[in-house]
Design a protein around this ligand. Structure first.
Ligand code: MLT
Length: 410
């Protein structure tokens, strides 16, 4: 009889957001009269901006004619998009990234999940806690996580707690990890790290031969000056870090899918015999084998984001979500909740009131106020006692949800 990948059988039976969706579905089916406001999974509600939809229409037209039709594209992305990424996301910030260091894909979730393909199974992994579950679950699938312990931690993963006790700033690891995941602005806490903090991490990785996997999916929400937009703003990061970017939350691409990953050519790992190996080459090999490139249409849509008009329209959309976040922060504070995030991020991280567990608070908000959020414990053991709300709903629903909570003092 054939064998399955046993690592999968070690995982909890469902992915966090699938579990939330299952509970919400059960609730709405048994309470069809109730209007539930969804602030759980970070899915956007604003439509694509006109610069993008115009470009998409033009691209569809291209595909309708033999002389402008595009079939398979380059696996790492079209030059017309990559050159805009290099210029607008990096060069304008004083960062030199070359075009062959950028790999366009169908999103940061896929890339952060797949990056383990090019890393040894024996690497020891560190994550901040709470953490975007994809980093942990894909390392379980890849056999790097060990056993699930009764406290919800995996035995071979180093967890770096981020709680109100340390101001949500992770301490440097002590367990000598080979691979470290950081996501800033952070999902789920919505907090950021200053330049000085990030410098510590880059130095740590350089001194200890560790790889930094830096997820910058929420970069477009940064509004404060001392928060770096890219890990490559930090000197020396090109030798230790891979950066993941996403168009999902930036430009409403959650449904049409697009992201990119930067793998500098100066970044090398070690082979079994101690030789140096370029990660750029390995990732290229991986992508050209397992991925046929993001669609021509989507890449034309993303290219339009970098036009002056596109940049302005996208900024307006993000400002809209950040204004929602401001409304939420103020309303939650008035109602007596302790919370962080929502300044350079669409996520607000709330301390659950009255010692409630994260899932108790989930049920309480859903049943009492018909608001859906995400239980903090779903993001890791240090998320217990916390709860995440997103600012991605409409203004109307955001105001409505907050008024449901108003007057309920905690
Ligand atoms: C989230 O809610 O954490 C995100 O939407 C999940 C994702 O980007 O995959």
């Amino acid at each position: 009889m054939f064998k399955v990948n046993d690592n999968f059988t070690r995982l909890p039976s469902s992915y966090l957001f699938s579990e939330v969706a299952r509970k919400v579905k059960a609730f709405t089916e048994s309470h069809p009269e109730v209007e539930v406001i969804r602030m759980g999974i970070g899915d956007v509600t604003r439509p694509l901006c006109p610069a993008v939809t115009d470009a998409l229409h033009r691209a569809v037209e291209d595909e309708a004619h033999a002389d402008t039709f595009h079939g398979y594209g380059p696996e790492q992305g079209y030059g017309f998009l990559i050159s805009r990424i290099v210029e607008c996301d990096y060069r304008r910030r004083g960062i030199e990234i070359s075009e062959d260091e950028v790999f366009v894909s169908d999103g940061a979730k896929s890339d952060t999940g797949n990056i383990g393909d090019i890393l040894s199974m024996t690497n020891r992994v560190a994550v901040t806690d709470p953490v975007y579950p994809v980093y942990v679950d894909t390392n379980v699938m890849g056999g790097r996580a060990g056993r699930l312990m009764p406290d919800g931690r995996w035995s071979e993963i180093e967890y770096l707690p981020c709680t109100s006790e340390n101001g949500f700033v992770p301490a440097l690891p002590t367990g000598n990890p080979d691979v470290i995941y950081l996501c800033y602005p952070n999902n789920p806490t919505g907090t950021t790290l200053t330049r000085q903090e990030l410098e510590k991490w880059v130095k740590y990785c350089r001194d200890n031969g560790a790889l930094l996997l830096f997820d910058a999916a929420y970069e477009a929400f940064i509004r404060e000056d001392d928060v770096p937009h890219s890990i490559y703003e930090i000197e020396g990061a090109r030798e230790v870090a891979i950066e993941f970017r996403s168009f999902s939350k930036t430009a409403g691409f959650t449904g049409i899918r697009l992201g990119y990953t930067v793998v500098p050519k100066s970044l090398t790992g070690c082979s079994r015999d101690g030789g140096k190996v370029s990660l750029n080459g390995l990732w290229r090999r991986r992508q050209t084998t397992k991925f046929n490139g993001a669609s021509y249409l989507t890449q034309r849509g993303a290219e339009a984001l970098y036009s002056e008009e596109g940049q302005r329209q996208v900024r307006e959309t993000i400002d809209y979500y950040l204004e929602n976040a401001g409304i939420m922060r103020r309303s939650l504070a008035e109602a007596g909740y302790e919370c962080v995030g929502g300044v350079n991020s669409p996520y607000i991280w709330i301390k659950t009131p009255d010692g409630m567990s994260s899932w108790e608070f989930f049920d309480y908000l859903l049943e009492r106020y018909h608001i859906v959020g995400t239980p903090g414990s779903g993001f890791g053991p240090s998320g217990e006692g916390y709860f995440r709300l997103t600012a991605f709903n409409t203004r109307e629903n955001t105001v409505k949800a907050m008024s449901r909570l108003a007057g309920v003092k905690h």
